[in-house]
Design a protein around this ligand. Structure first.
Ligand code: NAD
Ligand code: NA
Length: 390
């Protein structure tokens, strides 16, 4: 471990995580969904879960785009690389088309490469999942390198936080952002790149009639509002949500539609780096597990597909046009209990009143560690090779 980063990963553990997700999707039965799917941000978290749900729920052909580190002799790959290698292996064994492009999705080059692959192999796509989470974006036309920040707007934010490795609860103060921070965070995590992707696909006639595109957002509780939804990242999510409407307008002639789905708070590499959020998640996990309503990425996305996107009925949205699969997290009784635990939380009682253990397990799982059914004493081969990832 170096800070919040795990500097190594386990190929077999990552593969086991992927297999578990595939089994889960298969256990829930067939989904009458899209058949030609492009997933941007396909290697970890919600994007990987989306790719798995399309492939193993709807027998879809999938193209995945991501930015991961391949293995080199004596050095492991990033987990998303092993996840994708394992996914492709399982998909190919099941007779499903699956190819991936490893590179910067914000760049014109990777967009062109992807468009060419869609044209050559799939003709058109009928579902595009946009699930990027990145701290930086090199703007393809201006050449400016934008960096996103996680800061409050307008005032200092002070609240509890936890170092989830040590379990120590402390108070943290985060200084407010400046105007440039907002512009930069919106440039990285807002909707501009999403609309560029859709425009580029449409310009080359690569969107099937009635094509759907979905991007992921988060809202969360009032506890984290100052640093999340009303902070710099929240401005980016506002922009992303507004972009759904402009994309839908631009797809009128092909009867296409863009949605934002608001998802539940979960342990990912991105969310573990945000102050305050890990404490919230470890309390939320405790309550949701007690209530029997806990979900991970795969349960969330399987439900998004089966009950929302491809249920056969009109897609249910909130008053702002968003799909809500954070409905269980945001249940008033759940939020009330979390808020109460939040007030009580101190270092001494945290292991009892929170699910810090579950948080840590999920965190190690991201890197392929602490996964059931994996023999960690056995020699593992880091040099996984996959020809369908270019
Ligand atoms: P993640 O870090 O697990 O996944 C990010 C993906 O983006 C990976 O596939 C990565 O390779 C890819 N990526 C990053 N930079 C890239 C680049 N330049 N080019 C190509 N690919 C790149 O993150 P996640 O938590 O699954 O987040 C996905 C989306 O879901 C984000 O919009 C996030 O805000 C949203 N969301 C997350 C949570 C949560 O609690 N984690 C909750 C709700 C919504
Ligand atoms: Na993702």
């Amino acid at each position: 471990m170096r800070g919040f980063i795990c500097t190594t990963s386990h190929p077999d553990g990552c593969a086991q995580n992927v297999k578990n997700q595939i089994e889960y999707v298969k256990s829930k039965g067939a989904i009458d969904g899209a058949k030609k799917v492009l997933v941007i941000g396909a290697s970890t978290g919600f994007g990987l879960a989306s790719r798995i749900t399309s492939a193993f729920g709807s027998n879809a052909s999938t193209i995945g785009v991501f930015f991961e580190k391949p293995p080199s002799e004596g050095k492991t790959a990033s987990p998303g690389w092993y996840n994708s290698a394992a996914f492709e292996k399982e998909a190919h064994e099941a007779g499903l088309y699956a190819k991936s492009i490893n590179g910067d999705a914000f760049s014109n080059e990777v967009k062109k490469q992807t468009l060419d692959l869609v044209k050559k192999d799939l003709g058109q796509v009928d579902l595009i999942i946009y699930s990027l989470a990145s701290p930086v974006r090199m703007h393809p036309t201006t050449g400016v390198l934008h960096r996103s920040v996680l800061k409050p707007i307008g005032g200092v934010f002070t609240n509890k936080t936890v170092d989830f490795h040590s379990g120590k609860v402390s108070e943290i103060s985060i200084q407010p952002c400046n105007d440039e921070d907002i512009v930069n965070t919106v440039a990285v995590m807002g909707g501009e790149d999403w609309s560029m992707w859709i425009e580029a696909l449409k310009a080359e006639n690569l969107l099937a009639p009635g094509a759907t595109t979905v991007a992921y957002s988060y809202i969360g509780p009032s506890l984290t509002e100052a640093v999340y939804r009303k902070g710099t990242i929240g401005r980016a999510k506002d922009h992303l949500e507004a972009t759904a409407f402009s994309i839908t307008d631009s797809l009128a002639d092909i009867n296409g539609k863009a949605y934002v789905s608001v998802n539940k708070a979960l342990v990912t590499q991105a969310s573990s780096a945000i102050p305050v959020i890990p404490l919230y998640i470890s309390l939320l996990y405790k309550i949701m597990k007690e209530e029997g309503i806990h979900e991970g990425c795969i349960e969330q996305i399987q439900r998004l597909y089966q009950d929302r996107l491809f249920s056969g009925a009109e897609v249910a949205t909130d008053e702002k046009g968003r799909i809500r699969i954070d409905d269980l997290e945001m249940r008033p009784d759940v939020q009330e209990k979390v808020a109460q635990l939040w007030n009580e939380a101190v270092t001494e009682n945290l292991s009892e009143i929170s699910d810090l253990e579950g948080y840590r397990k999920d965190f190690y799982n991201l890197f392929g560690f602490d996964v059931e059914g994996v023999d960690y004493k056995a020699e593992a081969d880091e040099m996984v090779n996959v020809s369908s990832i270019v």
